[in-house]
Design a protein around this ligand. Structure first.
Ligand code: GMT
Length: 373
């Protein structure tokens, strides 16, 4: 297959999944052309059959808001024509699915037929896509795709309900994790570097947007900190990170925060005792899966697709949404119960092993190959 993959390059799950999938498909001999406005953070290592194409964005003075979607569409047309791509795979519907649809029309006029696949990731359905300014076009573009996938049954059902896709049409294909790269390693150097012996390491990784409820991460940590020596490691960047820092200052725990910015997460996860992910909604929770692969239990809510990944009471703790729970006390209770914590660490890794790349990339590959048939 020759596939043009459209994705966001930024720190976040959709760009990570798009990049990892592109690399796996390239390793299986397919030709991949990744299109984005910057080189995606997870795309690494040379492969002769994988290339990156940057979308150049016009800056004509008339444009107060440069029309990125048009530049993207133009790039899709160029890439499909030049390299003979027959599938355009959009990751995150907005604006990728719309640009792909427009490109398909232009290419059809030139006698070039392409098929469209779209992997929905989460807020393209649960938040942004529902906004009035995006809804109609997003619904149209999703329904015009030849293949639609979502990382959880929960998101597939939400798409049917809110965007009118026929039930069963959105294929639920979970996120996957590299089980060699993300593997437990308690004696790693990063553990000693992040905190002195006997100090619990609690971690949160995200793009620090309101949906992640960072304020709950910090307040839970403040409660936990009163019960034991601990540090809170924050990885990633985003609009709510400065607020988290201020909240920590107000609570008198700023010195216990390790704000690391955007980093490769594996060494940090290996050093961690607990991963906090109290999101309002999480279509899957790739960061949680990566933590679990490193043997780190997850504490969060029974929200969105997270229960399809984390088994409450076994590989982590999921609190009922809408109830007044004290995440900090739950975290402290778990970390102080050494036996339960050790069992949960093992269970977290065992659960993650069900999400290795092999069979999940197989599912994508099969559905994409069917498009060509
Ligand atoms: O926030 C998003 O929806 C975008 C996306 C991203 O790029 O960060 O995250 C989503 O996609 C991941 C990969 O499929 C999922 O594991 C995340 O759960 C999902 N985030 C949300 O649903 C909030």
């Amino acid at each position: 297959m020759k596939i043009a993959t459209l994705c966001y390059p930024t720190y976040g799950g959709s760009g990570a999944v798009a990049s990892e999938l592109a690399m796996h498909l390239a390793d299986r001999g397919h030709e991949l052309h990744v299109v984005s406005y910057e080189h995606p953070f997870r795309l690494d290592g040379f492969r002769p059959n994988l290339s990156f194409h940057a979308v150049t964005i016009g800056d004509y003075p008339l444009f107060r808001y440069p029309p990125y979607t048009l530049n993207l569409t133009n790039k899709i047309i160029e890439v499909c024509e030049e390299f003979g791509c027959t599938i355009v795979h959009s990751h995150y519907a907005i604006p990728h699915a719309v640009a792909a649809l427009l490109a398909r029309d232009v290419l059809a006029e030139r006698g070039i037929r392409i098929k469209l696949a779209c992997t929905l990731h989460g807020t393209d359905i649960t938040l942004v896509g529902r906004e009035r300014g995006y809804f109609e076009l997003t619904r149209h573009a999703i329904n015009k795709q030849d293949l639609i996938t979502a990382p959880s049954r929960w998101l597939a059902e939400a798409t049917d309900r809110d965007f009118g896709t026929t039930p069963g049409r959105v294929a639920a294909i979970p996120n996957f994790v590299d089980l060699q790269r993300f593997t437990p390693n308690r004696d790693c150097a990063s553990r000693r570097q992040l905190a002195p012996k006997g100090t619990a390491i609690v971690t949160h990784i995200s793009n620090f947007r309101p949906v992640k409820r960072i304020e709950q991460v910090v307040s839970a940590f403040a409660v936990l900190r009163r019960r034991m020596p601990a540090v809170l490691v924050l990885v990633g960047d985003g609009p709510d990170l400065p607020k988290a820092e201020q909240q920590a200052r107000d609570l008198g725990i700023r010195d216990d925060l390790r704000i690391l910015g955007q980093q490769r997460p594996e060494a940090i996860l290996q050093a961690s005792d607990l991963f906090l992910l109290p999101s309002i909604s999480e279509s899957f929770g790739l960061a949680a899966l990566e933590a679990m692969a490193c043997g780190v239990p997850v504490l969060g809510y029974h929200a969105g697709g997270l229960p399809e990944v984390v088994e409450d009471g076994i590989s982590g703790v999921l609190c009922p949404t809408g109830e007044d729970v004290c995440l900090g006390s739950l975290a402290a209770n778990l970390l102080l119960d050494r036996e339960r914590h050790a069992a949960m660490r093992l269970a977290a890794r065992a659960r993650a092993e069900q999400f290795g790349p092999g069979p999940i990339v197989d599912s994508y590959e099969r559905l994409l190959l069917d498009l060509e048939a």
